[in-house]
Design a protein around this ligand. Structure first.
Ligand SMILES: NC(=O)c1ccc[n+]([C@@H]2O[C@H](COP(=O)([O-])OP(=O)(O)OC[C@H]3O[C@@H](n4cnc5c(N)ncnc54)[C@H](O)[C@@H]3O)[C@@H](O)[C@H]2O)c1
Length: 186
């Protein structure tokens, strides 16, 4: 099986690549090296694994490139993301674009070519829920203050760019519906 790992030079992506190669799969690592490092994957792209592991540099925001890569593989693991409260709070709009639009592009290309995708979530969505281990249906507690402040600031930036004539609070009510257990209203 050939896998595309977006964010393949990051923490989880590089370890996942180790595991896939060890079980005999081939891997295409894709990363813009914004926070990931070539050091993490050097041992894979050089030496004994060089035949089964390839690295391509680029961004998941580049639709034509993402579509080409998706076509080359059987399965996609989407791990490319702006990660970490500090990074999100420092560059909120860039993080939103990267995580939301990047995922949208990836899913669109995968669906167009009939490829399965595994998307990573994060325990951050459960906020300060202290119960453990957490499950997908665990309840979300409030976010950390820093994340909450950054999120509100960045979202208010987005909602001011709404389409003319759309209700003022569309964005907030959409996000509110995402936070509830029932399916989000779009
Ligand atoms: N590390 C954890 O404990 C953990 C736990 C649960 C979920 N996750 C999730 O797994 C995913 C990966 O986390 P990680 O810890 O490996 O983070 P990481 O920062 O080490 O990896 C993310 C990778 O994505 C790359 N990247 C960022 N934007 C990109 C873009 N536009 N195009 C291509 N590559 C891009 C970065 O360079 C980096 O290599 C994230 O979605 C994270 O929320 C992580």
């Amino acid at each position: 099986m050939r896998y595309l790992i977006t964010g393949g030079a990051g923490f989880i992506g590089s370890h996942l690549a180790d595991a896939l190669v060890a079980r005999g799969d081939s891997v295409l690592l894709f990363d813009n090296l914004s926070t990931g490092r070539l050091d993490n994957i050097q041992h894979l792209i050089e030496g004994e694994h060089s035949g089964v592991v390839e690295f391509r540099s680029g961004t998941v925001l580049d639709y034509p490139l993402v579509e080409r890569l998706v076509r080359e593989v059987d399965v996609v693991v989407h791990l490319a993301a702006s990660v970490g409260v500090q990074l999100i709070v420092r560059r909120p709009l860039e993080a939103l674009l990267n995580n939301v639009r990047g995922t949208e592009i990836l899913l669109d290309a995968a669906s167009r070519h009939g490829r399965k995708v595994l998307v990573a979530s994060t325990s951050e969505i459960y906020g300060k829920n202290a119960a453990g281990p957490l499950h997908e249906d665990s309840r979300s507690s409030h976010m950390s203050t820093g994340a909450n402040r950054g999120f509100r600031r960045s979202w208010s930036g987005c909602s001011t760019a709404r389409a003319p004539g759309r209700p003022e609070r569309t964005g907030w009510s959409f996000l509110g519906s995402c936070a509830r257990p029932s399916p989000a209203r779009i």
